[in-house]
Ligand binder design. Structure first.
Ligand SMILES: [Zn+2]
Ligand SMILES: [Zn+2]
Length: 218
């Protein structure tokens, strides 16, 4: 029997992706401008999508989970997915639910097509195992005084400027975890990847809330 215990579900319940490999691969806290911008865009789509108060106030970053890139998706959920990038040259592609503006999952070239990231502050993630946060990324994008506070309470290693620290231990662990191909045992009949889901779709460019997402740094 297929294990369907791990799933990604939008806030209104119309869109649901069953994750083929139920085990979370990685978890990190992201302080970057773009994660904040995506959350602000999501918040603008529905009144229930406000940023968590701690995120809004820069007391923490976004809670990101990583799962293998393989899903079982019913047609009705598939029809709810819209795909976007913040800018033409942006690395991330995001799947959002049309019904309620939930950030369902996203990809980045460094995952090599093997994983998706999930904003667990936006998307409802059903899973039986949640690992502790492994690393806190992009301190460079956070207000300086707030970053000092995060450093004081941090239970995980911090990275100030990720692209300068790709050879650090946490980044090596991260890249190893997220580039692991989907195991054969989880390639269920009819499974789809993020790329399968997005291949027919137009990738929209939505750079709304660019200034707002960066205003805390001034
Ligand atoms: Zn929904
Ligand atoms: Zn981020």
């Amino acid at each position: 029997m297929i294990d369907q215990s791990t799933f990604l579900e939008c806030r209104c319940g119309k869109c649901r992706l069953t994750v083929c490999d139920p085990l979370m691969r990685y978890r990190l806290e992201c302080l970057c401008f773009d994660c904040r911008q995506r959350q602000l865009i999501s918040a603008s789509k529905h009144s229930d999508n406000r940023l968590p108060i701690d995120v809004a106030n820069y007391n923490r970053g976004v809670d990101e989970y990583y799962f293998a890139n393989g899903f079982l998706v019913e047609q009705s959920s598939r029809e709810q997915l819209i795909f976007s990038k913040l800018r033409d040259d942006a690395f991330n592609t995001t799947a959002m639910s049309a019904c309620c503006g939930t950030l369902m999952c996203g990809t980045h070239p460094v995952y090599e097509g093997a994983s998706v990231s999930v904003n667990a502050d936006s998307c409802h993630v059903g899973t039986s195992f949640v690992m502790p946060t492994q690393v806190i990324l992009f301190g460079c994008d956070f207000p300086q005084d707030k970053y000092v506070e995060i450093k004081k309470r941090a239970q995980a290693p911090l990275s100030f400027s990720v692209y300068d620290e790709l050879n650090s231990d946490p980044m090596i662990d991260f890249l190893k975890a997220v580039t692991e191909p989907l195991a054969k045992v989880y390639k269920h009949s009819g499974y789809v990847t993020f790329e399968t889901l997005s291949e027919q779709a137009e990738i929209q460019i939505d750079n709304a809330y660019f200034d707002e997402s960066r205003s805390g740094k001034d």
